[in-house]
Design a protein around this ligand. Structure first.
Ligand SMILES: [Zn+2]
Length: 146
């Protein structure tokens, strides 16, 4: 993706993801330090990790490729997140067994550093974009991604 999506584009994206489950979303928090584990789990065929890798790398690329005058923004606050800056990625997917779509959101370092805070910040931001969305707790353990 060569540009940062507008709010309208994000709304369409969230709606597409949420439609699969009637608005019920699961959020996964992925911090920079979780990425090596995520890739290792994906290499070993972990389906949860495999589903996250694509959206996570796409979201990272969004930060890296954003034009200087239009940097990527935190989903929860107005702060810009620039390449080299500290941020986490929250992945939203429909709360069903095999969701077909997932959407990545950027959460800045001030809005969330722990998985719980990252998910809360993302939930706050996503509700601002798509008020009909509701979040459920992830059913898998945090161990694979901590
Ligand atoms: Zn923020």
């Amino acid at each position: 993706m060569s540009h940062f999506p507008s709010k309208a584009e994000l709304q369409i994206g969230v709606e597409a993801v949420a439609t699969e489950s009637g608005g019920l979303l699961v959020l996964d928090a992925v911090r920079a330090k979780d990425v090596p584990h995520l890739l290792t789990d994906a290499l070993f065929g972990d389906p949860e990790a495999l589903a996250l890798v694509g959206p996570v790398t796409q979201t990272m690329a969004r930060v890296a490729n954003a034009p200087k005058h239009k940097p990527a923004l935190c989903v929860s606050c107005p702060r810009a997140v620039r390449p080299g800056g500290r941020f986490a990625v929250a992945i939203a997917r429909a709360a069903i067994d095999s969701p077909t779509k997932a959407l990545g959101f950027i959460v800045c370092d001030r809005c969330g550093r722990t998985p719980g805070a990252i998910r809360a910040a993302a939930a706050h931001g996503i509700k601002g974009i798509f008020p009909e969305s509701r979040m459920v707790e992830p059913t898998h353990t945090e161990a694979g991604h901590a």
